[in-house]
Design a protein. Sequence first.
Length: 362
Amino acid sequence: MTSMTTPTTRVMIGGVDTHGQTHHAAVIDEIGRQLGDREFPASPAGYRALAAWLGQHGILGMIGVEGTGSYGAGLARHLRSVGLTVVEVDRPDRKSRRAHGKSDPLDAYAAAKAVLSRSAAGVPKLRDGRVEAIRALRVARSSAVKARSQATNQIKALIISGPSELREQLRHLPTTKIIASCARLRPGRQLGDPAQATKTALRRLARRHQQLSEEISDADREIAQLVGEAAPDLLALPGVGPEVAGQVLTSAGDNPDRITSEAAFAHLCGAAPVPASSGRVHRHRLNRGGDRQANNALYIVVINRLRYDPRSRAYAERRTQEGLSKPEIIRCLKRYVAREIYNVLITLNLTGNPVRSALDNA
């Protein structure tokens, strides 16, 4: 006699549409039938209630969560902590939303169906280890760098449009001396005078620039220390410094073993050339996808190696003789660098869990 599957033993698939204040969860069964949906607050109590509600429908296989790197980060951490398998789901594209409509329940069911159909199978970053600390420090550093560049541009613009005496005094100096000179200005109290107001503005901007420089230097020291502790072998690669290593680690996450192959890592970094062949023409073009900051990190490594690494210089000379342009050579080298970095990443033990060796992917 064939036994029928009871509701309590069926394998369910969950889906969650995440927002800043609320999360909307939905459940489907193994053949895609909709079993229910419900909204929960985006808070620790809401996370617990959401997980408990999902468990009421039977055995949970996987849960698709949108925005595991933003609104869904806290929920994903909680679901993993209670032993559930979380799958990262991309938000529906505009074409799909135009065809099927847009609402929180629809998006939650779409997340669950994406997991069921295997169109979503990405493992989200853990975001609970040393790499997450590096990412947080890099966010503050990036903001400080942008603010410092803005202050520099504003200082130079004020000098150009300022009083002629001040302009002639400062405009021929290098940037570092301009900042130092402006920080030492002693404007008068007559702020109604454009010359005195300009000096006041220049002094404030210059001192802001100096403060931001100190903040960036502090962040560089902190990031270099964390990267050195987390991935010394990565820093040992030619052309890889703390800034590049920090970006690579941030892109890979605290669980780099989620990246299944060096080809997948190359795609993540936008370093896998896209075929652009037609007829008798066989070529590849630039890949504009992937993590552009990680792609920029690979670019920095390649440029450094083309200047100082004999192997890379010899490779570039040989490929130039074969007719490749410099951008094409750089794209090829970025692919090789991605392979080297990946082979180091999979040996890192950032979480304390066993790591794969390079032979596991052979």
